[in-house]
Each structure stands twice: as structure tokens, then as C-alpha cells.
Ligand binder design. Structure first.
Ligand code: ADP
Ligand code: MG
Ligand code: MG
Length: 890
């Protein structure tokens, strides 16, 4: 149904069939849109008759007639794709108004102000959507809004509701004059002509720039098309007993249960979202919190900012009922649009509510406890990568900060960046590799590309449901909205607040959870996990079969990983330990050594330092396995590159520059990826691996004497041949014997050369574990250098040859095929072989699901991905169980 009616149409039909108060209407399906595009803008035969019949049906239901001079029917013409694309496409309200029908409306309603307000809105939207009258420049204000502002100044009023019927009548004339001069067309005076032009314009809006950009960002196919819903108008602008608003069935930032939203009395359509006036809160509780945040005293709040609960008690009660009915029906949090006409509630939209990660987790947990959904569904509800948001740093509470202004806490996170004032500039600065905060009076769908690249978004206008707030939450981005204390000057590229002026390019910090705008850059601290988050992840742990480990090279990373729930370290790279300034010298000495003896002497300097590293990491991971990879990168990576650096180093360690250059040149490789690296280093320089093995095992032995339980796993990189493995493993065992430690350790290999997959039965017979190094395995399977692929991989994706970048998402056929061979052969040779993955794919949800299906024992990923991996692994198990069940059902 959603495919044909679009999300909005489907929601309206669903609500109507639940007997909820929905104004009558009909939906032209997406199929007509597809036809429209396939036939150069023509409609399929029969559409005219169908539309005429449907209008007649609405006329009958409403007791009004389209184009009637006395009791005119007015409709809205609304866009709606299969998935919600908020604000990306267009809608026209109050259609059916003409110079003639507006008089009928005036008399019939006894409310001239309402009639002319509706007509001016119609002219404005028709001019914008159908006749495409837009601001001439990016930074120009909307031409219609400009006329309204001028009129308000002229009349000495601040709010649009203070304009009189005559003012609005004049505005209609001014709008039409503007439209005539700028577009050469007038607003048609035949309602049918209006209707068809609006239907066509909505179809065309499917391909406007912002809709196309939005689809690209969200992977929505271009051929879905939009539906068009034509619906009888209900009016929130008839007077003070009318209103329009938006509401969520749970708080979209925190997930807390209870209606949450904003409304405006005597208003229509998007007024709330567009930030025309400061919207009011729906529930009394939220209203009180709002007042507290904004330092509004109770008396003033009650009189000037009364909540829907206070001003419209019966509509409020009805809204609560509708909200809970819809949640029970859709079994998910809903995002609602409603209008109150003369005290009576009408529902205009329902859709699944977008939410922050925090809200998604809390709502999933609480909906399970409310028995709305089961645990499996709860776990499938949350997008795994979203969880990373919850691990983002917070501002250091002890850091001093100068708060310039406070706005609405629209989307959490703590970010810093250069202030920029338009989307194109944001893209330019971000492309230069710098961080930006996009600052706008308010955002519109035209700003999407800038929002996408920004660290955070700051707006001066708009509420919690404004465009900026909704889109930022959807993108998982920090946002402070409606910050009226700042003054923005686009032309000068400045923002002023609290007596300070921040210029374009200067740093700002945003705290999206507190709604604070802070001068400069503030330091951050690690986050804490909420009780909901912990419970949610414990449910995930109960479902998953895959183990989850971390890639961590330092005791600090190890601790972070353990706190996030890592069940061990899947990859500890030893080379990073070499780069510390006091060590690199000894490493270079080792590389420059002319014989084994010299090399051993240099290594003896490194050994105690590495041992200390291992003591730290193994202690952090007490009781859990730690896989340590012996030296992997080619040695030239440790040598200086510039001639001046070489001279400096040579004099420091007492060799000639010539000798140093000679060594550097001798290490030159045409293809380092396939060169003298990995286990090949251990074969050429046995002292290096022996020293590393000694550092690991001595650290283990030391901890054993301190009664710390350690489980070291020594991993040999880049093995492709059984003998290669045996030689190096034996040398490692010899070291263990020399030390004479009773600590249990294992020796395994990283599987990253295709030959190792094919030969996995032989290697598996002697190794105790495999860990797929899928970065190299992907490079070598595709014959594709990761560092060079940037030049052409995008072309492959664009031309549809590859569906995605195989370095980001594990290739299930080719690379996955080799893995399958390796797993099957390896396990056949060694029933107890432990198998994991430690490439970057270990943190990608789709790749993790593939690892589950391949039957791996664990995945290993960066510490911040651990919760993501725990959830993805659980989802893989649930999906597998459900697909089996579905299969049985057939
Ligand atoms: P969008 O997809 O941008 O949200 P909508 O089609 O939902 O566009 O319409 C925009 C606004 O107009 C919404 O706030 C909606 O509530 C209001 N609106 C749409 N149809 C009607 C109607 N028949 N009566 C009153 N208001 C309407
Ligand atoms: Mg909209
Ligand atoms: Mg809407």
C-alpha cells in the first residue's frame, strides 16, 4: 500500500480506516507519477474522470462544492513518497480560492480575516510551488515573506496574526503583482486549472534539486515517484479556538513516553515548523520545562505561552487517545500532524517518528516492557551504526567555557568547528579537511548538502520540530535550534551574542544536549552508558552467537573497549608502539644494524619498553584473550623520508648520511603491499620476532606471578605457506622454553593471503587460530590496492559494477567465498580452530552479519564500534531465526 499511496497517503488511509478524525480525500498513486515521467509529463487515460469523481465524493461528504461562490470546497494538494522525505517535496494548501470564492468564504465564515489569510497563503504557495517564484539569490529572503515583513512594519505589528483582513487583502494583491511581474503568469481563477497545475507541480517536485540530493544521501531509488493526496481543508486559522501542531508519541530526543510536540493557535500548515512565531508546548509538563529553560516565570507562561493541555483541553484529551491508538496500531513511535478547527481535532499525518539513538534505544526497551513489541523486534528496530552516537564524547564538565547563547537542545552531541553561514561554504571548508558548524537563521531543504558535511548545526529560529532539528536528528548530528539570542548577519558573515562577535572561520562549540552555544573550542570527556542502553545491549548479548572483540593497541584503548563490552582483543598491533619518539631511535638502530648481533643489541633496548606495553594491555584485559600481531609493516616505514631528516638522524646515531641513504634506498620497494613485510620480516630477521615474542611472554609471566590471569595469542601476519608458519611458530616456542613460563599461550595466523585460504587445511593443522585480515584479503582477492583505489572505485560504484566499496563492506561472494573455503578446510583439519576477523569490516554491520552466516567465532573492531557490533551480531542471529521460521511456515 505504501508503494502505491506513498507514506503520507497510506498513513491517512490507515487512520481513516481506524475511524480517526481525518478530513476526506483521495490519493493519486505513485504509478501515475512513474507514467507521468515515462510519457513526457502526460497523465494516463482515465485520470481526469477519476479525479473528477473523487472531488465529487469529497464535495458530498463535506456539503460544499469546488469553485462554488457561496460554500466553496478548498483542498490541499500534498506530495508523499514511499518513504518520508520531510520537506523535500511540495504541498499547496487552500486550493480552490479565487476572487469569487474568497467572498463566499468571507461571508460564510463571518470571518474576513480568515478568508483573506487563506487566500494570501494560497497565492504564496501557488506562486512558490507551481510558478516557481523563488528568491533570486541564496542569501536573499523569501520574496513573499519579505512583503509580509514590510506590511507588518508598516502597520507597526510584530506577529502575523495581528495583520487585519484589509492588510491581508492588500497582500494578496501585492503577491499577485509580484507573481505577474516575475513569472508572467497570474494565479488562475479557475479552481480546476489550479488543481491540475498543482498536481503536475507536485509530481515535478519529485525531481527538484533538494529531493534528488536527499535521495542520493539516503539511497532512495529515483524511480519510485511520489503520490499526490488531494484532501479537503480543515482550518487552524479561523480564530483563537483553532490551532495547528505537530506531535510525537514519545520524546524524539530522549525516547521518554508521553506526547511531545508544539503547536500554534490561529495558524495553518507549516507555521509551527517554519518558526513564524514561537510555538507552544503541547503538554503542561513540557510547557513548564520549557519555561524553566527559558527563564519564563509561571504567570507569564500561563498567560502568554499556555499549553495545548490548558488552552484546548478536550482536543488535547482526544489527541492523547489518538496517539496511543496509533502507537498500538503501528507498534512504533509516531510523528503526527494535526489541526484543531473550532475546538475539534483533525489528524493530517502519521508516520514513524525519526529519533536520536538515545530515544531509539529507550523507546525500544520501553515498548518491549509495555508488550507492544517483543525483544527481537526491539533489537531489530535500532540501526546498529546509530549506537555510535551514544558513545560520542560530552563536554568536559570541568572545562571552563563561555556560553554565548542558549537555544533548544534539538539533537545531542558535543562538537566544535569553524562557523560558516551557508551550505556551499560548509561544503567548501569541509572539503578542505576542516570542521564546520553551519549557522543559519533557519535551515531549509536547500541546505541539506551543507548539513551533511557539518559537525553541527545552529539555527536562530525554529522549534524542536523545525527542519534543522528533524534533519539533524535523522543524520545523528548535533544541533542547537531556535537560538533567538544570537543575531546572524549573512552579508558580514558574523554571529553576535552576549556582546561578542564571531566571524566566519572562528571556532564555536555546540552542546546539543544542553542547547548551548559556546565560544571557541571546549575539551570533551568520554560518555557514560545509560541504564536503557545497558539493558538493550544485554538483550543483544543474549541473542548473539558471535563474540565481539576490539582492535586496541594501548592500555587506554583496551580499557575503553572493555567498558564498551569487548570480550577480548582481536588485534593488538605492535608497530604503533615503535613510533613513540623515545623508541623510534632504537627501532632505526635496529634497522640500520649490519649484522644479527648489532640488531640484537638494538632490540634489547626496545624489549623492556614493549614488555611494559604488554603488561599494561594484558592487565587491562585480565581474564580475556588478547591477540598480538608480530611486526607487520615494511621497515622503510620507520625511516625518515626527507634528506634533511636523514642527515640529522645520521649524526645523532653516528653513521654517515651516505650509509643511511643507502639503507633507505635498499629498502625501497616497487610494491610494498606485496613486499618485505609481515612474516617475511620474521623469516629474514629472526631476532625481531624472537624479541617480540620474548616481550609478550615475559609480560605474561610477570602478570602470572601477580596472579593476573592472562591469555595471550601470538599472531603471525601474512602467512601463505605451512612451512613458513611452522618455522616461525617453532622459534616462538623456543623463546617460551627459554623463559620457562607455564603461562598458556596460543600461536595462530592472520589469514590475508588468498593462498592461505586455499591451503587452510594444511595451515590449520598447525595453527591454533585464524583471524581474517580482510583489508589485505580484499586487496589481494580483487588485485586492488586500497590506497590507490580512490581514483577509480567511485566510477565502479557509480556505473553499478560494484554495489559498494569492498573495503567498507565485505564482499560476500569473492572475499566471502575464500573465507568460506578457509573456514571449511581449516576446521576440517583442526576441529578446535578458533576463527575471527580483525579487518576494518569487523565494525560494519552488514559485514558482521556475513561473518555470522559464515560461522566465525568472533569479530574484532575499533572500541567505539563494539556496541554496534554487539547489536549487529544479535540482529544477524534474530534474522536467521526468523527466516528459518518463515521457511517452516510455508
Ligand atoms: P510535508 O510533507 O512537507 O509535511 P504536508 O503535505 O504534510 O507536507 O503538508 C504541509 C502542512 O500542511 C502540514 O503541516 C499539514 O498539516 C498541512 N496540511 C496539509 N493538508 C491539510 C489539510 N487538508 N487541512 C489543513 N492543513 C493541511
Ligand atoms: Mg513541509
Ligand atoms: Mg507533513
Amino acid at each position: 500500500m505504501r508503494e502505491l499511496l506513498g507514506g503520507k497517503g497510506a498513513g491517512l488511509h490507515e487512520m481513516a480506516s481506524l475511524k480517526l478524525p481525518v478530513p476526506p480525500g483521495y490519493t493519486i498513486t505513485t504509478r501515475v507519477c512513474t507514467y507521468f515521467y515515462a510519457h513526457g509529463g502526460k497523465y494516463p487515460p482515465g485520470l481526469r474522470e477519476g479525479v473528477a469523481k473523487s472531488v465529487a465524493r469529497i464535495e458530498k461528504a463535506m456539503g460544499r462544492r469546488f469553485g462554488d461562490a457561496k460554500i466553496p470546497l478548498l483542498v490541499s494538494v500534498r506530495s508523499g513518497a514511499r518513504v518520508s522525505m520531510p520537506g523535500m517535496m511540495d504541498t499547496v494548501l487552500n486550493l480552490g480560492l479565487t476572487d469569487e470564492t474568497v467572498k463566499g468564504l468571507e461571508e460564510e465564515s463571518h470571518n474576513p480575516r480568515f478568508a483573506w489569510d487563506s487566500y494570501r497563503r494560497f497565492c504564496q504557495m501557488y506562486g512558490d510551488v507551481v510558478l516557481k517564484l523563488k528568491p533570486e539569490n541564496k542569501n536573499d529572503p523569501d520574496p513573499f515573506e519579505e512583503l509580509i515583513d514590510r506590511k507588518k512594519t508598516l502597520r507597526g505589528v510584530v506577529q502575523d496574526v495581528d495583520l487585519t483582513a484589509d492588510d491581508l487583502h492588500e497582500l494578496v494583491n501585492e503577491f499577485r503583482e509580484l507573481i505577474r511581474t516575475r513569472t508572467g503568469h497570474d494565479v488562475p481563477q479557475d479552481p480546476w486549472q489550479q488543481l491540475w497545475a498543482a498536481i503536475g507541480a507536485v509530481f515535478e517536485s519529485w525531481n527538484n534539486d533538494r529531493a534528488v540530493t536527499y535521495r542520493k544521501i539516503n539511497n532512495i531509488p529515483g524511480d519510485w515517484g511520489t503520490a499526490v493526496t488531494v484532501q479537503s481543508m480543515v482550518f487552524g486559522n479561523l480564530g483563537p479556538d483553532c490551532a495547528t501542531g505537530v506531535a510525537f508519541t514519545r520524546d524524539p530526543s530522549t525516547g521518554e513516553k508521553g506526547i511531545y510536540g508544539e503547536f500554534l493557535p490561529n495558524a495553518q500548515g507549516e507555521d509551527v515548523v517554519a518558526g513564524i512565531r514561537t510555538p507552544r508546548q503541547i503538554s503542561l509538563r513540557a510547557g513548564r520545562e520549557w519555561a524553566k529553560r527559558n527563564h519564563v516565570i509561571e504567570d507569564e507562561r500561563r498567560t502568554k505561552h499556555a499549553t495545548l493541555e490548558e488552552s484546548f483541553p478536550s482536543a488535547y484529551r482526544e489527541l492523547l487517545k489518538v496517539a496511543s491508538r496509533l502507537e498500538r496500531h503501528f507498534r512504533d513511535m509516531q510523528d503526527l500532524e494535526f489541526t484543531i478547527e473550532r475546538g475539534k481535532l483533525f489528524m493530517l499525518q502519521t508516520r514513524t517518528g525519526k529519533r536520536t539513538a538515545e530515544a531509539a534505544v529507550r523507546a525500544a526497551v520501553e515498548m518491549t516492557q509495555e508488550k507492544l513489541i517483543d525483544r527481537g523486534t526491539a533489537l531489530l528496530r535500532v540501526e546498529p551504526v546509530q549506537l555510535e552516537q551514544l558513545l560520542h564524547p560530552r563536554l568536559d564538565p570541568r572545562a571552563s567555557k563561555h556560553v554565548l547563547a542558549r537555544g533548544l537542545p534539538a539533537s545531542p552531541g558535543a562538537v566544535a568547528g569553524e562557523a560558516v553561514f551557508n551550505a556551499d561554504e560548509a561544503v567548501a571548508v569541509a572539503n578542505a579537511g576542516r570542521k564546520v558548524i553551519l549557522v543559519r537563521v533557519e535551515t531549509s531543504p536547500e541546505d541539506i548538502h551543507g548539513m551533511q558535511v557539518a559537525e553541527g548545526i545552529l539555527t536562530a529560529r525554529g522549534g524542536m520540530t523545525s527542519h534543522a532539528a528533524v534533519v539533524a536528528r535523522g543524520m545523528g548530528k548535533c544541533c542547537v535550534a531556535g537560538c533567538s539570542e544570537i543575531e546572524i548577519n549573512y552579508a558580514a558573515g558574523t554571529l553576535s551574542a552576549d556582546g561578542k562577535v564571531i566571524h566566519r572561520g572562528e571556532y564555536l562549540t555546540l552542546d546539543g544536549a544542553a542547547g548551548e552555544v559556546i565560544e571557541g573550542r571546549v575539551s570533551t570527556v568520554e560518555p557514560v552508558m545509560s541504564a536503557f542502553f545497558k539493558k538493550f545491549l544485554s538483550w543483544a548479548d543474549a541473542e548473539r552467537r558471535l563474540g565481539v572483540r576490539a582492535n586496541a593497541d594501548t592500555p587506554h584503548d583496551a580499557k575503553v573497549a572493555r567498558d564498551f563490552g569487548a570480550e577480548g582483543i582481536g588485534l593488538c598491533r605492535t608497530e604503533h608502539m615503535f613510533f613513540a619518539p623515545e623508541r623510534i631511535e632504537a627501532v632505526r638502530e635496529m634497522i640500520l644494524a649490519e649484522n644479527g648481533e648489532q640488531r640484537a643489541r638494538a632490540l634489547a633496548k626496545i624489549l623492556p619498553m614493549q614488555r611494559e606495553d604488554f603488561v599494561g594491555i594484558l592487565r587491562e584485559m585480565a581474564g580475556l584473550p588478547v591477540t598480538i600481531r608480530l611486526l607487520d609493516p615494511p621497515l622503510h616505514e620507520f625511516l625518515p623520508k626527507e634528506d634533511s631528516e636523514i642527515r640529522e638522524l645520521a649524526s645523532k646515531i653516528g653513521v654517515t648520511s651516505e650509509h643511511l641513504k643507502q639503507v633507505r634506498d635498499s629498502l625501497f620497494e616497487f610494491n610494498p603491499m606485496l613486499g618485505h613485510r609481515g612474516s617475511r620480516l620474521g623469516i629474514s630477521y629472526p631476532e625481531i620476532y624472537a624479541a617480540q615474542a620474548r616481550a609478550i611472554l615475559e609480560a605474561a609471566e610477570q602478570l602470572r606471578t601477580e596472579k593476573v590471569r592472562v591469555l595471550p595469542e601470538i599472531m603471525l601476519p601474512l602467512i601463505g605457506e605451512r612451512r613458513e608458519f611452522e618455522v616461525l611458530a617453532n622459534e616462538t616456542r623456543d623463546v617460551a622454553k627459554q623463559i620457562g613460563t607455564p603461562v598458556k599461550y596460543t600461536i595462530g595466523t592472520m589469514v590475508e593471503v588468498p593462498r592461505a585460504c586455499v591451503e587452510a587445511d594444511k595451515i590449520g593443522a598447525v595453527a591454533e587460530f585464524f583471524s581474517f585480515g580482510t583489508n589485505d584479503l580484499t586487496q589481494m582477492t580483487y588485485g586492488l590496492s586500497r590506497d590507490d583505489s580512490g581514483k577509480f572505485l567511485a566510477d565502479y560504484v557509480k556505473r553499478g559494477i560494484y554495489k559498494y566499496d569492498p573495503f567498507a563492506q565485505l564482499d560476500p561472494e569473492g572475499v566471502g567465498g575464500l573465507m568460506r573455503i578457509a573456514i571449511e578446510r581449516g576446521r576440517r583439519a583442526n576441529r578446535k580452530l578458533k576463527i575471527g576477523i580483525c579487518g576494518e569490516h569487523g565494525g560494519d554491520p552488514e559485514s558482521i552479519k556475513l561473518c555470522h552466516r559464515l560461522g566465525l567465532d568472533y569479530v574484532s573492531c575499533s572500541p567505539f564500534r563494539i556496541p554496534v557490533a554487539r547489536l549487529a551480531a544479535a540482529q544477524a542471529a534474530i534474522e536467521e531465526r526468523r527466516s528459518k521460521r518463515a521457511f517452516k511456515d510455508v
